[in-house]
Write a protein that binds this ligand. Sequence first.
Ligand SMILES: [Zn+2]
Length: 517
Amino acid sequence: MDILWKAEAVSRVRFAAQKARALDTASAFQQDPPGKKAKGRSSDREAADSWLATLRFVHSGNSLRQPRMADLPRVGLICSCQTKTHPARRSAIQLQLKTILNCMQRFVGFVYREVRMHCHQQQPESIEIRIEPHAGIRGRCSRCLQPAPGYDRLPQRRWLFVPLWGIPTHFCYAPRRVECAEHGVVVEHIPWSDGKRPVTCAMMGFLARWARRLSWRETARAFQTSWEAVYRSVDWFVQYGLAHRQLRGVEAIGVDEIHWGRGLKADHFLTVIYQIDRHCRRLLWVGPRRSQATLRRGLKALGPELVKGLRFVCSDMWKPYLQVIAAQAGQALHVLDRFHITSHLNQAVDQVRRAENSRLRAKSKKAAQRLKHMRWLLLRRGSRVRGRARQKLNALLGSKLATARAWDLKETFSYFWKYKSVIWAGGFLDYWCFRAMRSRLEPMKQVARMLRAHEPLILNWFRAKKEISNGAVEGLNNKIRVVTRRSYGFRTYNAMEIALYHNLGRLPEPESPHRFC
Ligand SMILES: [Zn+2]
């Protein structure tokens, strides 16, 4: 106890001495000690003592009290109230925030001059970090980054920085203009900014990272900025990533179309190209529409080297894609996606059910009951139907309805994917098509015709089985749906494109010391 008390006493005396010195050097404190006013040298010690008492009260005293703004300068800020006409004054330990900034984000040729907090009616409004050029280092040309002699100084500009304690924070700096031997009079290179954007690179990276977790509107609301600022930040982030990404080692791609927006117009579809190698699955390219021209544009954007190096291309049976892939990536093994074939089969079963249902309803209401509430049950994989649903399905299969036969054909086809040998799989496909053609069910016959027409491409699936991950394309499609749902849809194509690259592109990120998520 004794020692503790002594230590406290020593520190108190030290602090009082410091305080007295500070008072000496003029009005260094924001707030005068309560109850006493610094009259002159004689009363300095008394003033310091009483100030100390207040400080102790604030430190240890009642914790229920809300911290006042007047207490805040101790964290290293200068507080200036706009409502009053106090001149801004320095606090005793002013270095702290500057030290953090110097540690985390140092810009060669620039110094953090001071950190100032503006308040309005005792509430913090904004923090300003004033930056000045280093006296001994010349500004650099913004185009060639070479040091150049100074020309003049532009008016002060503000850049939005990562908010500190939830208070909007700005960098303030008056940029110099330099006279470059090669480029003439230009604005100097400002390392925390990109072009004329009013947001610092650190803040743009910060917003873009959060925009991956929240919707853009939510991000803007959480960090007290506009949707526009978030959009531009994500755009900057994505452009950086696209410019710096590596496209080497891409061996398998998947091509697919995605419906976007309302209606079935050509403009409401997107063509997407994914990388579906086992080690890396990512979005490589997005483009509007699903025509031959779109896919050609996409492959051109990826570069001829990548297209020539492809070993597998996975797509659905959309004709324009098949033609372009055959023409441009002939060396690659073209695989038809398993998911699309299954969905064609499911659609055929559903068509049979609907046609039969309306036929039964025309006959009698009671007969139509047998197919009621059967839609999802029939579309599910047979092994997944259990309990009461299974009983219902068994009852249906026991009947002589066309739907039962269609379901049986669909279920038989699932064995096709279990083959390992291409020859045996081909044999099975022939047998299945033979059965389907004699089933007297037009939708099933259509599927059989389609499968026969694309037989070589379908059998390629067994040749590529171990190389590409099945369901990768569908998994990525699902993720696209999640991205759009999180933002409640995108109004413009550009916003959608940027969001997709941002979330699925696995793009490299600009370096930043601020990693909050
Ligand atoms: Zn230059």
